[in-house]
Ligand binder design. Structure first.
Ligand SMILES: *Cc1c(COP(=O)(O)O)cnc(C)c1O
Length: 384
């Protein structure tokens, strides 16, 4: 089966990991801060906090931004469930803003309308999670502008978009977000096995997230309450978790960064090939907003229900039969039983639902061979 996404592991990655296995530190040691600095430097952010997943990163980001019971977090329904679940971890409520029918990202005009209503009913969100779907940066300038006007904080869920650019600057620079988070799950752009990172330009947010990552404990003497502390002292100042990244994972991540540019290049080559080959086919191709450059984490086509001979389901089945692991991103989050229990219904976010009904993710990743690419193209074209 040709998967829709796959990690690429080099001999250098394997060597970097085995070096750590022979070293003094397996869990968070000297390589974690090296990886944090490398990612922060690459993205132009001040601070990086490495965690054991992007889900953990979303959780600590919400805590650091003060999200709690009685508060609202808004996000896009076209995302992985983790972008919304982080609110529930904090005892806060979730609400969604429908997507733009061209970018499949949160629609800023709809966000503004919803904010106006929420201002009247005094239910403004405390946090908005903007998701860079498929790697295409969300309209961060528009969202940031509204955050200033309505007083909410912004988390950019950039799980798909390390390597993307927005207004010529790398995703993760936090010019338009309080905190940006990355995922290093194997299907994402670079991997650490499991892993994630939270980036910010705010020292207080960074040190708070670093503390929550490790039980709420600080070993930094400047932060202690007890002034007569002994040399072995540490203080737990609030409740935290064990969300630490291991040095094993960080060494893999650091080495993976060396292949990021090549991976971005190969992905954009594959996307250009698909765009060219399907230009006359009865599908809607991905559309890129001017001013934003995607990482091409996903390549999503939409099967035109009128012009195509097959339905999305039929095309999915045919591809699977041809050993092509196409997939669907995403089932609208508000359709999940847990969100239905909270009162959401089918029909609540028509653009996300219409998009979902026709979307199909085709294979796109660094190691996809030309013969495999040709097989995908021939199979899809043969059935449309
Ligand atoms: C993968 C993903 C996550 C969660 O990442 P993990 O590292 O697996 O926890 C969150 N949000 C989005 C949009 C994702 O694609």
């Amino acid at each position: 089966m040709i998967p829709y996404g796959r990690q690429f592991i080099s001999q250098a990655d394997i060597d970097a990991v085995s070096d750590i296995l022979w070293s003094d530190f397996l869990t968070q040691g000297p390589v974690v801060p090296q990886f944090e600095e490398a990612v922060a430097h690459l993205c132009g952010a001040e601070y990086g906090i490495a965690l054991n997943s992007a889900t953990s990163a979303l959780h600590v980001a919400c805590i650091a931004l003060g999200l709690g019971p009685g508060d609202y977090l808004w996000t896009s329904p076209n995302t992985f469930v983790a972008s919304a679940n982080c609110a529930l971890y904090c005892g806060a409520s979730v609400d969604f803003v429908d997507i733009d029918s061209r970018t499949y990202n949160l629609d800023v005009e709809k966000l503004e309308e919803k904010l106006k209503e929420a201002a009247r009913s005094k239910t403004l969100p405390k946090v908005v999670v903007a998701v860079d779907f498929a790697g295409q940066p969300a309209d961060m300038r528009g969202i940031y502008f509204l955050s200033q006007k309505y007083g909410f904080r912004v988390i950019e869920d950039a799980s798909h978009s390390i390597g993307s650019r927005y207004e010529k600057r790398p995703t993760g620079n936090c010019a338009h977000a309080d905190i940006t988070i990355f995922s290093f799950h194997p299907v994402k752009m670079i991997t650490t096995g499991e892993g994630g990172m939270a980036l910010t330009n705010d020292y207080k947010l960074a040190s708070h997230m670093g503390k929550i990552r490790s039980h709420g404990i600080t070993r930094n003497a400047n932060e202690w309450n007890n002034i007569e502390a002994e040399p072995w002292w540490y203080e737990q100042q609030e409740i935290g978790f064990n969300y630490r990244m291991t040095d094993i994972a960080a060494a893999l991540g650091l080495s993976q960064l060396n292949n990021l540019d090549r991976s971005l290049h190969r992905r954009s080559e594959i996307a250009a090939t698909y765009n060219y080959e399907f230009s006359d086919s009865p599908v809607i191709l991905p559309w890129q907003r001017p001013g934003a450059e995607t990482s091409w984490h996903l390549y999503v086509i939409r099967v035109d229900p009128v012009r195509s001979r097959v339905s999305r389901r039929e095309l999915y089945d045919e591809c699977r039969r041809a050993e092509i692991g196409v997939n669907v991103h995403y089932i609208p989050v508000h359709w999940q039983p847990i969100y239905r229990k909270l009162g959401f219904r089918r029909g609540d976010y028509p653009q996300a639902e219409e998009y979902y009904a026709s979307a199909l993710s085709l294979p796109i990743y660094y190691g996809l061979a030309e013969t495999q690419l040709a097989h995908v193209i021939a199979t899809v074209k043969g059935h449309l």
